[in-house]
Write a protein that binds this ligand. Sequence first.
Ligand SMILES: Nc1nc2c(ncn2[C@@H]2O[C@H](COP(=O)(O)OP(=O)(O)O)[C@@H](O)[C@H]2O)c(=O)[nH]1
Ligand SMILES: [Mg+2]
Length: 447
Amino acid sequence: MTTITALATPPGVSGIAVVRLSGDNAIEIADNCFKSKSKLSELPSHSVAYGKFYDTQQLIDNVLITIFRKPNSYTGEDVIEISCHGGYLVAGEIISTLLKHGARPAEPGEFTKRAFLNGKIDLTQVEAVADIIHSSSVKGVHTSARQLAGEFTTRLKELRNRLVEIAGLLELELDFADEDIELLDRNLIKTRIENTQKYCKELAESYKSAEILRSGFFVGIAGYPNAGKSKLFNTLLQRNRAIVSEIPGTTRDYLEENIMLGGIIIRLIDTAGIRDSKDVIEIEGIKMVESILKQSNMILVLNDISISENHSDKLYHEIKEKYPHSNIQLIQNKIDLIEIQERKPTSIYISAKMGDGIEELKSVIEQTAKLNTERLQDVLVNQRQANLLTQASIDLENAINSLQSGLSNEVIAIDIRNSAQKLGEITGESWSEEVLNTVFGKFCIGK
Ligand SMILES: Nc1nc2c(ncn2[C@@H]2O[C@H](COP(=O)(O)OP(=O)(O)O)[C@@H](O)[C@H]2O)c(=O)[nH]1
Ligand SMILES: [Mg+2]
């Protein structure tokens, strides 16, 4: 394989930076630029050498080089990691020197892709690497770490083997069709398929929970102009981020900021007030509200109770109808302005301005976010995996139906084999260039 190189640490100012080099000539290329007591080619794997890194005659930096010999490295190839001083320039100079000596720049995810192609990790582990890099919750990181340890793959492989075994036995029975032999108890087959189907389906459904741990829990604040959406947004953030004003139609696009509640990132979004407007920019903002609410896990419909407690009922019901998969919460704001006779249990009463009820609101958001991650299994299923799991579960449902209606073994076995194929695509036991492109498309350079 050609030798590739890239910065493995984030660009910018830092104490140290690490440049990675992987491929057939990694050690030779590094030796050509490095002066130390002994040559890297003479050192054993997993050793560290201190020395000077040169671009021909020009000293670039004093560096530490770690050497990993194949196959005991991240990529499974010879790997050199050069730790140099941080900052923008040094690592850049080191990389251009390596390029001059025959390396080429790595594409995003190429190190990890090589690790996959060399059998160092499977696809679920590859995806876990991407998840750890991008995760926005502590639990997300822990779950990804477990996935990286290969538990998920081991389980999928077991299931797949079991399915292939059942399909095999069903097919074998066909050879003995004349003798009317039953190699497997029908009920036992049925239970096994049902269990696997259930597992696939539950895992597929855990995707939404996994998404929340990966990207955060989206909470959109909606309501008519002047309800106090921006004020509430600021109060929840504990700083003045959005413009608050008594002039209706002030928030024209949308603002997004994160807060952390109960270990989950909450992505708060303040939107433009919903009303009929003639202002072109305001109309654009109102159009945007729809796409924001569509991706929100929870929508807070804010009502100005000083106008009337029922003032936003129409809007509330419209939103409930339009976004049935979201958690919609009606909130009565500006309770500092009026005397409240009776509190309805379905509403939360707050004063965004004075801070009343804010703790209660926060705890409702936290509880809702937690409820939404309850379906989480011990793996972080992503979209690609969820699609495959759903397909596998449908194949198995078909197999169960065929079994129940007494169809021939051949038909049942085909469905079972199809589902096994899908499980194989999850781990990468069966893969195509297209699958790899989807998986590695998410990576950054240097990983
Ligand atoms: N008395 C009172 N006024 C509020 C409260 N929340 C917001 N306001 C006022 O209502 C007006 C509109 O607030 P704003 O947050 O800009 O509303 P938005 O259009 O929904 O974003 C501003 O003058 C705020 O100061 C509240 O809880 N009590
Ligand atoms: Mg506003």
